[in-house]
Design a protein. Structure first.
Length: 392
């Protein structure tokens, strides 16, 4: 399969920015050397503004969207239960999962305040799935918006990043409002709820050439956007998450970064060079855990900056390795991560013990993962249009 054979390039172009929003039709395959020289996504950072140079823009022109009745819905028909249990101490067994088929391309997923799971759909909608598997989808008003990640906000709504210059908000009843960013040539991604009650996201701002600049953006529940420029040496950001220390944390191709809510950035080097981290999550141990997609490792960083890496065991079945992408804390006291090219789910204990379980052979490109309100892990598979529920 061409997409899988070029996965290492694919993750450079799409993984840090917004892996879930990329598709085979939008993928431009280039060599790793080309991607590395240009920066992820082919953009070279030239901005040298200081961390404190921020601008605030009130967004008064938000566009109202679809109401709760403008939607499509499907029941849990076609659900597939594979049974099984996770292995222990590196032993691989069959995952205990049920999978549900959507009509789209699900990517980012998160738990909502209404007891359901919500997901971004590459077919230009935001979806909702109940713990029993009933799926409802709400079209995004702007065509070709390419939603990737989403997060539950402090205001009781869900928020999502659109790839072309907008942040979206959807109520639990399905009403969508879109907020344009100050620069229409921006690409927001990796949205997360912050420790201050606002939503935070990574953003690449294009200027019409191969140059560009990178910022961390903040949007209040009422739509006011503030942008914090990143130093040129840091590059494009991804994996934004609120840390246990009341700061924001994010990943770049070489750094794990901590940012205060007033924009002061501290960077910590990733131990393995060219590991290209994907996503990050807060663990039950009070540390932050992240995936290293190209290096086939899981990393851990303490709030004070001590980094430890754990290698995912090779299984001899894939020349591409495991390619871990998304990660989430589970209800069992461990962290769970997706293995994009190995058809497996991984589990790592706070002490670093890694176990895996196998998914269906058709479960290629498992990307998003989140803890559901039912205590299960939920994951998305854009390539086959499935959403899975895994019981730890």
């Amino acid at each position: 399969m061409q997409l899988l054979s070029n996965f290492r390039t694919y993750i450079l172009l799409c993984g840090v920015a917004e892996l879930g929003a990329c598709s085979a039709s939008s993928l431009r395959v280039r060599s790793r050397a080309d991607a590395a020289s240009e920066g992820v996504g082919g953009i070279t950072s030239t901005d040298t503004q200081s961390d404190g140079d921020v601008r605030t823009v009130g967004i008064g022109g938000a566009s109202g969207g679809s109401g709760g009745g403008d939607m499509t819905q499907s029941g849990a028909g076609g659900a597939r239960d594979t049974g099984g249990a996770i292995g222990t101490g590196g032993v691989v067994s069959i995952c205990n999962v049920v999978e549900f088929t959507t009509s789209g391309l699900p990517s980012g997923i998160c738990a909502g305040p209404d007891g359901n799971l919500w997901f971004a759909d590459g077919n230009n909608s935001i979806g909702r799935i109940t713990p029993s598997g009933t799926i409802t989808e709400f079209p995004i008003p702007t065509a070709d918006s390419l939603p990737g990640t989403l997060a539950a906000g402090s205001d009781g709504n869900l928020w999502f990043a659109e790839q072309w210059g907008r942040i979206g908000r959807i109520t639990v009843n399905g009403t969508i409002t879109e907020f344009p960013l100050p620069n229409p040539n921006s690409t927001p991604s990796n949205i997360a709820a912050g420790p201050d009650g606002n939503l935070w996201f990574a953003e690449a701002i294009l200027d019409g050439s191969l140059s560009g600049r990178y910022v961390i953006g903040r949007i209040t529940p009422t739509g006011t956007v503030t942008e914090y420029p990143l130093p040129a040496a840091i590059g494009p950001a991804g994996g934004v998450v609120a840390g246990p220390d009341s700061n924001l944390w994010f990943l770049t191709s070489e750094w794990i970064c901590r940012m205060t809510i007033v924009g002061v950035v501290t960077k910590f080097p990733i131990l393995t060079a060219n590991s290209y981290p994907g996503r990050m999550a807060v663990g039950p141990d009070g540390n932050l855990w992240f995936t290293e997609t190209v290096a086939d490792k899981i990393g851990r960083i303490t709030p004070t900056g001590t980094v430890t890496e754990f290698s995912i065991p090779a299984d001899g079945t894939s020349s591409l390795g495991s390619s871990p992408t998304s990660i989430a804390a589970g209800s069992d006291g461990n962290l769970w991560f997706t293995e994009l090219t190995r058809n497996k789910m991984g589990r790592i204990s706070p002490g670093g013990t890694i176990s895996e379980c196998s998914l269906s052979l058709s479960d290629v490109n498992v990307n998003g993962i989140a803890l559901g309100p039912d205590g299960n892990l939920w994951y998305t598979i854009a390539s086959s249009g499935k959403i899975g529920r895994l019981t730890p």
